[in-house]
Design a protein around this ligand. Structure first.
Ligand code: FES
Ligand SMILES: [Fe+2]
Length: 358
């Protein structure tokens, strides 16, 4: 029997080791305050707190003495004291006081680099000296005053790659999201374009049918007498992020561009364990940005639609864990983009964990 191939077999694919050498979203900036708070990211328990100047600190949530959770301790100025035998740690993870002795060992605990960017905290989970701030995905639409955005968060009870698969094959929109986004079945039959650029994968569909894009735009935009040239697609940015986007060019009767309406739908995936993940999303637009009722309506629709993805992820993970059918996965035309994403994930796995891991 041939050995399982992760490009063809999702069960093998989702068992690949996690990828640490990337920036991931740790959470929304507002989640982290003065009080030490624990969160598990990529199977590592991490304690977050803010110094007196408001700077965010992220340390291993496990005392170097007897593994007591440091989130149960107390902040003292900018430092954190363990609640078991009182060892005091500096924001760099160095031991600076041990109440029962006068000297401190050189060993400390792991400190994670963090960067606050727009509404999110990004964290580097890999080898510290490989962190490059420039590699954090840019999300200008979340800070540009010409745009507005709504946000949401969910916990996925499934491997994060199942969600990347979902995001890489948008032919599921008219089916899984029939009750929310409600795109017509024709959407799935529009050919998908796929382009790989270094380790990013761009994929999109082109349509001149306004009906395909209309649910993504405020109803106050009257396009009934204009020609629409539209692209709807997404980019696999990294294991931590998928950037969805739509571009609708509103043309006048002569075919000249009159307005460019854009949406950017970002999905941030951070494994919690191997079989669960933190999922944040933002939905930004550059049209009708003062329209608060549309923002609220959209927040509700998107929350419901992404919950359909959450439920599907859980259902698939359960079957992959427990069902004993011997099956061979098939790939269909809509999978061209997700297979390309799998190849990138496999390359990253080989680079980080060696060829035997992939
Ligand atoms: S476990 Fe933290 S000081 Fe002992
Ligand atoms: Fe979806």
């Amino acid at each position: 029997m041939p050995s399982p191939n992760p490009l063809r077999d999702v069960q093998t694919y989702i068992k690949l080791p996690l990828l640490y050498d990337h920036w991931y979203v740790a959470g929304l900036t507002e989640e982290f305050g003065d009080t030490p708070t624990a969160k598990t990211l990529l199977e590592r328990s991490i304690v977050f707190y803010r110094t007196e100047d408001g700077e965010l600190v992220a340390l291993q949530n496990r005392c170097a003495h007897r593994s007591f959770p440091l989130a149960e301790g107390q902040r003292e100025g900018d430092n954190l004291r363990c609640g078991y035998h009182g060892i005091l740690y500096s924001p760099s993870g160095k031991i600076i006081d041990i109440p029962c002795q006068s000297t401190c060992p050189e060993v400390g605990i792991h400190k994670y680099p963090t960067v606050e960017q727009g509404p999110f905290v990004w964290i580097w989970m890999g080898v510290p000296n490989r962190a490059a701030v420039g590699a954090i995905p840019q999300t200008d639409c979340l800070t540009d005053p010409a745009w507005t955005a709504v946000y949401g968060a969910k916990t996925l009870e499934g491997n994060y790659l199942l969600m990347h698969e979902n995001l890489a094959d948008l032919s599921h929109l008219p089916f899984l999201h029939a009750k929310t986004f409600g795109a017509s079945g024709d959407w799935a039959s529009i050919p998908v374009h796929v382009e790989k650029e270094n380790e990013q994968v761009h994929y999109w569909r082109e349509t001149d049918q306004w009906g395909m894009a209309a649910p993504l735009y405020p109803p106050t935009i009257d396009n009934s007498k204009r020609r629409i040239d539209g692209k709807l697609g997404a980019t696999f940015v990294s294991p931590a992020m998928c950037r969805g986007w739509t571009r609708i060019e509103i043309l006048d009767a002569q075919g000249s561009e009159q307005r460019l309406l854009e949406n950017e739908i970002n999905h941030y995936l951070t494994p919690e364990t191997h079989d669960s993940a933190h999922y944040y999303w933002s939905f930004a637009r550059n049209c009708d940005i003062e329209n608060a009722s549309f923002s609220e309506m959209f927040r509700q629709v998107v929350t419901a639609a992404f919950d359909e993805d959450r439920v599907a992820t859980r259902q698939m993970q359960l079957l992959l864990d427990e069902d004993r059918h011997e099956i061979t996965d098939i790939n269909i035309a809509g999978d061209r983009s997700s297979v390309m994403v799998r190849k990138v994930i496999l390359d990253m796995t080989t680079r980080e964990h060696g060829p035997q891991a992939a």
